[in-house]
Design a binder for this molecule. Structure first.
Ligand SMILES: NC(=O)c1ccc[n+]([C@@H]2O[C@H](COP(=O)([O-])OP(=O)(O)OC[C@H]3O[C@@H](n4cnc5c(N)ncnc54)[C@H](O)[C@@H]3O)[C@@H](O)[C@H]2O)c1
Length: 257
């Protein structure tokens, strides 16, 4: 029997973009270590052929170490690390708890990604090279009202990727980020279901719709695959055109005039 085509770790694999990525890599013949803090979601994912679930928090060094160890134990190597975990939701900057929320967000969105890179690099090096893809956000490229902490941590993730790409490129390790725009997942479901708010947000997207998580998973797959063999230190925006404009006009606002 032949082994898997490659081996990947995917964090926050229980839902949304991470889930779609774990499923896509598994469908395409990869062995996947799927990490999440939610045992119920992980149990669903463990039904998928080729997926090994790991319960853990990416802010903890031991979770990151274990996920790489598991990939090597179960699949013999590591070819790709998809560091996708990210959380949002801080109160306004002057409110109580704002800085505690920033610290909690930083622990997952920045510390988690840094730990993931730190543990993945030696395993990728041992495999003769490989790829790391960090899920950043368009929020890491610009500011937005009332999401100061999220945008700050995602911007840090973007420059973590750029800097680490410079450090490890010569070892054959490519490190890139995907910057998704509005994507229909568990975390955005409430906004999407609030009809008026969702319509207002959708009007700002030139493609006129939110992304399906699978569309983001395809971008992650591309960045991790040999098709992207000369791309490193890049932030690939996948936002239906949301961040292409200045934001002064809605894409459709001048159409009928
Ligand atoms: N959905 C969007 O519109 C959007 C846009 C831009 C960027 N992103 C980014 O994409 C990534 C995935 O978001 P999503 O919308 O698919 O999320 P989601 O809410 O659908 O799923 C997130 C998963 O992460 C898990 N998780 C949370 N904290 C964790 C931790 N500390 N360790 C391990 N697992 C943890 C949750 O249990 C959940 O299963 C995040 O980094 C997010 O910031 C999402």
């Amino acid at each position: 029997m032949s082994g898997p085509r490659g081996a990947a770790v995917v964090t926050a694999a229980g839902s949304g973009i991470g889930r779609a990525a774990a499923e896509l890599f598994a469908e395409r013949g990869y062995g996947v270590v799927a990490v999440d803090t939610d045992p119920r979601r992980l149990a669903e994912l463990s039904e998928v052929d080729g997926v090994v679930p790991l319960l853990g928090d990416v802010a903890q060094e031991r979770t990151n170490r274990r996920m790489v160890q598991l990939a090597v134990e179960r699949f013999g190597r590591l070819d790709a690390a998809v560091l996708n975990a990210g959380i949002g939701g801080a109160p306004p900057l002057e409110d109580d708890g704002a800085i505690a929320a920033l610290d909690a967000m930083h622990a997952v969105n920045v510390r988690g990604a840094a730990l993931g890179i730190r543990v993945a690099v030696p395993a990728l090096r041992a495999a003769g090279g490989g790829a790391i893809v960090v899920t950043a956000s368009v929020a890491g490229l610009r500011g937005d009202p009332y999401t100061w902490a999220y945008n700050t941590t995602k911007a840090a993730a973007v420059n973590l990727v750029r800097s680490a790409a410079l450090d490890y490129g010569y070892q054959g390790i490519r490190i890139n980020a995907i910057a998704p725009g509005l994507t229909l997942t568990a975390r955005t479901a409430a906004v999407h279901e609030a009809a008026e708010r969702a319509a207002e947000l959708t009007r700002r997207i030139p493609l006129g719709r939110w992304a399906d998580p699978r569309e983001q998973a395809e971008v992650i797959w591309f960045l991790a695959s040999p098709a992207a063999s000369y791309i490193t230190g890049e932030v690939l925006v996948s936002d239906g055109g949301l961040s292409a404009g200045t934001g002064i006009f809605h894409p459709q606002s001048l159409q009928s005039s």
